[in-house]
Design a protein around this ligand. Structure first.
Ligand SMILES: C[S@@+](CC[C@H](N)C(=O)[O-])C[C@H]1O[C@@H](n2cnc3c(N)ncnc32)[C@H](O)[C@@H]1O
Length: 317
């Protein structure tokens, strides 16, 4: 297999599509669509992460590192390779420019983000939801936005740089919210950050709506992980959806971006029916199309057998 040739073609294609590619956050290789099933190469400015989900291609990890190092001679590169099928254990390889404690920054359109290279907390920005951030950015003007499961407040940044009147970010992890504060600073914007769970915040919000001390948000972003912070059955996001939908239904917000990150949940449910059950029959549900740098060059992103891009929905009522 001509690994270097495939990587080079894909990277050249992406670099030709955008202005200032060196500083951008973007997917450089998107699995089967670029000829390497189950391999993602993601650039965050001067840091590049290659993830190999396909066990048949792990044997090429040194070759992939060498090729990327030659093709991208200024980048810090980390290779993350899955150890076993369906496992969350990974082995890592890196080039000489990689430093585990380094902090980088990158751009996505007009927004900037702080990126950490230590894999423990991921890296600060999920590129597979780029289309959703672009979508929010383009329709944020003048809106008061609630960003649930905010992590480092990336949706909050895109909304504020798109002219939102205000954003409230909710995540139980204070460290991520502090990272979010630095992201806001990087973009010269200000937003709220509350350390709370989605269910905790929404139940308080509903009480304040009843008392008239809160108003409904104009747009709510819901981007939960498959596994939540917490214990017992509430640790599984799929068990929490009915409760979240009930809160969201009662909170009077007219517009939602909902991201489904849980592969089995997404495949087992008729999602349109599921949203109608939760939010009412009159809602309009549209899928947000993934952009070129997520989908890749050749075929639909959905066809890669080794990884799953989230499903993104825009819902209005
Ligand atoms: C998939 S990430 C969200 C990605 C984020 N929306 C973004 O755009 O980068 C998951 C986040 O959900 C948070 N989380 C976990 N359980 C939660 C809960 N019950 N309520 C709210 N956030 C939760 C985690 O701390 C983590 O930051």
């Amino acid at each position: 297999m001509d690994i270097k040739g495939i990587l080079e073609k894909s990277i050249d294609w992406r670099y030709c599509q955008c202005e200032n590619p060196e500083v951008q956050a973007m997917r450089l290789v998107s699995g089967v669509s670029d000829g390497l099933e189950g391999v993602l190469v993601e650039q965050y400015g001067s840091f590049v992460l290659a993830t190999i989900y396909n066990l048949d291609l792990i044997q090429y990890q040194h070759e992939i590192l060498k090729a990327l190092d030659e093709l991208l001679p200024t980048k810090a590169i980390l290779i993350k390779a899955r150890e076993r099928a369906n496992s969350n254990d990974y082995q890592y390889l890196n080039n000489d420019r990689y430093d585990r404690d380094a902090i980088h920054s990158c751009s996505e359109g007009v927004s900037k983000f702080e990126i950490h290279t230590d894999p423990r907390h991921d890296y600060g920005l999920y590129l597979d939801t780029k289309s959703a951030r672009d979508f929010v950015h383009d329709r944020a003007a003048g809106k008061n936005i609630l960003n649930l499961f905010s992590y480092t407040c990336a949706f909050g940044v895109s909304a504020m740089t798109g002219g939102a009147s205000f954003v409230t970010n909710i995540d139980p992890c204070k460290e991520y919210l502090e990272w979010g504060r630095r992201n806001a600073e990087l973009n010269s914007v200000v937003f709220k950050r509350y350390p709370d769970t989605t269910q905790g915040y929404l139940s308080r919000h509903l009480r304040r709506l009843e008392k008239g001390t809160d108003s409904p948000y104009d747009l709510t972003i819901v981007d939960p992980p498959a596994f939540l912070v917490g214990r017992g059955s509430k640790r599984l996001a799929r068990n929490m959806w009915p409760e979240w939908m009930d809160y969201l239904n009662r909170a009077g917000c007219p517009e939602f971006i909902i991201v489904i990150n849980d592969k089995s949940f997404g495949r087992e449910h008729d999602l349109e029916k599921f949203f109608r059950n939760g939010l009412g029959d009159s809602i309009k549900v549209n899928a947000v199309e993934q952009s070129f740098d997520v989908v890749g060059q050749q075929v639909s992103y959905a066809e890669d057998k080794c990884y799953f891009n989230p499903m993104i929905f825009h819902i209005c009522r």
